[in-house]
Design a protein around this ligand. Structure first.
Ligand code: SF4
Length: 496
């Protein structure tokens, strides 16, 4: 009998090797690795999400008639060895893993690899696309995907005549104080949830799971329906907004399920296309969401494979400040925006993309935090984290640690951007308009210091040169630099 080995981010009957397996021909192997659990300071909702989903999926396969060997082992390799010793399978089949190290391990162990279908563009196809071009812009890739896959197309043209409605999707939170976004679905925790929580809580931190994140395909499909029917028509306009009134706004909250296989990108996009065809969703909302799934998500995936393994160690801005204690719950902060973003992470292992990019990532960039330390922290603390997600998004897009291979400008901003896109600044102890003094907004101070500090690198970058010149025109630049040095010490010591 053969074995099919299912990893914790391949939890779907329709994925790769498992799609080809049957109870009469294959036994199924899962390995819960103690080394993996010990490898990072995991947020409990992240670890619970993956482990509960694995155990639940194993139960579903048992109910289908599979003989499942669910193994607890010191490492993946140990679990594999024990399984082979006990069952002597004629072959161990596996779907191509989603990580560089995972793929290397499977090769080393002699597994038969089945091509992954967890993305609509396999990394080999992405590499072939790259070979045909001099530059690898996301927008070009996205249009190629749209044409190839046929989403929101009218023949060769985009429906509505526009490829991209991003310009319509940058509204701040509603000024009337309303919070019109439907509440996310919640599930009651069951015995399996409680068993997993008991198993992992000593190794993890953060607030305990409260049913926000689904841990089965059935529950993930319910969340897909909820998103498409109730939330998607509102998706878009407030995509970049941040508000104390809602942690979720109209974000889909589907990335965790896509990233461990409970949902597949094709079925998610098909559901959105159907809602659009039925006239239930405006084109800007449908396009904005489809772009995230077939555009950005698959682009990041392709770049990860194109540029690994050296990409995981880049640090072109020589950023070496340690991860601030406020990130790891060892300090509080008076910065309202940061307190809210980190409070959301602590509460649900989630913050939306602008909180990640323009609050947590922005602060780390302009304060010079070690990009690898930030990447590892995000990977461990976000429910949808994974190496392939975090390395390009954090090292490349957010921290400019790749020197601009991915982003053409650093995503640095002062307090003015956060004030424009959020309601955080009103209740803050700092003044977003000030760059010096005890109550100066740390974002504003560090932003100008960052521009001046990196004059050599950004002085000729057409998208940033103007800000670099503006920094050197500041009459109080010396004071800004002094205050920035103080701010960095305060951040390091948890006093900001
Ligand atoms: S004033 Fe500065 S620190 Fe305070 S919320 Fe606004 S951007 Fe954040």
């Amino acid at each position: 009998m053969k074995t099919v080995w299912v990893l914790g981010d391949q939890l779907n009957r329709r994925i790769g090797a498992l799609a080809e397996a049957a109870p009469s021909t294959h036994r199924v192997l899962f390995v819960e690795s103690r080394a993996k659990l010990a490898s990072k300071a995991w947020h409990i909702q992240r670890a619970h999400f993956v482990i509960t989903s694995m155990r639940r999926f194993a139960d579903e396969l048992r109910a289908e008639g599979f003989d499942v060997d669910y193994r607890f082992a010191d490492s993946l390799a140990d679990g594999h060895r024990q399984h082979v010793d006990e069952y002597a399978p004629t072959e161990v089949d596996a779907t191509e893993p989603l990580s560089w190290a995972g793929r290397a391990l499977m090769h080393r162990l002699g597994c038969s690899m089945v091509r992954s279908n967890q993305f609509l563009c396999h990394y080999d196809d992405f590499a072939a696309w790259m070979k045909t071009r001099k530059s690898f812009k996301m927008e070009d890739f996205y249009r190629w995907q749209r044409q190839r896959l046929g989403y929101l197309m009218d023949g060769d043209d985009p429906v509505g005549g526009q490829w991209n409605y991003d310009a319509d999707n940058r509204e701040p939170p509603p000024k009337d104080g309303s919070s019109p976004w439907p509440a996310p679905l919640l599930d009651e925790l069951d015995d399996l949830d409680r068993e997993v929580i008991a198993d992992i809580s000593a190794h993890c931190h953060g607030e305990a799971p409260a049913g926000v994140w689904a841990t089965s395909r059935t529950a993930a499909l319910r969340r897909l329906d909820h998103f498409v029917n109730d939330v998607l028509p509102m998706f878009g306009p407030h995509e970049d907004a941040m508000t104390t009134r809602s942690w979720h706004l109209a974000h889909s909250l589907l990335s965790p399920y896509l990233n461990i296989g409970l949902l597949l990108p094709g079925e998610v996009c098909d559901a959105v296309q159907r809602a659009f065809d039925a006239g239930r969703v405006p084109v800007a909302s449908a396009e904005g969401f489809i772009r995230q799934v077939i555009g950005w998500r698959e682009y990041v995936w392709g770049l990860y494979w194109a540029w690994m393994p050296e990409y995981a160690g880049v640090n072109e801005l020589d950023a070496s400040e340690p991860l601030p204690p406020v990130f790891t719950g060892r300090a509080d902060t008076k910065m309202n925006c940061l307190a809210h973003a980190l409070g959301d992470v602590n509460a649900r292992a989630y913050a939306h993309h602008i909180q990640r990019l323009m609050v947590i990532g922005n602060l780390s960039l302009i304060a010079g935090i070690d990009p690898r330390a930030l990447t590892d922290w995000m990977w461990a603390n976000f429910v949808d984290g994974a190496e392939w997600v975090m390395v390009p998004n954090v090292m490349g897009m957010s921290q400019f640690a790749d020197g601009g291979r991915m982003a053409t400008k650093p995503y640095a901003s002062g307090g003015a951007y956060i004030d424009r896109m959020s309601d955080y600044c009103k209740g803050c102890a700092y003044d977003r308009t000030k760059r010096v003094g005890d109550d100066a907004c740390p974002f504003t101070t560090l932003y100008w210091d960052f521009m001046a500090r990196h004059e050599t690198r950004f002085g000729r970058n057409p998208r940033v040169a103007q800000q670099v010149r503006a920094a050197f025109k500041l009459k109080d630049l010396d004071e800004v630099r002094e205050r920035a040095a103080e701010v960095k010490v305060m951040l390091r010591e948890g006093r900001l």
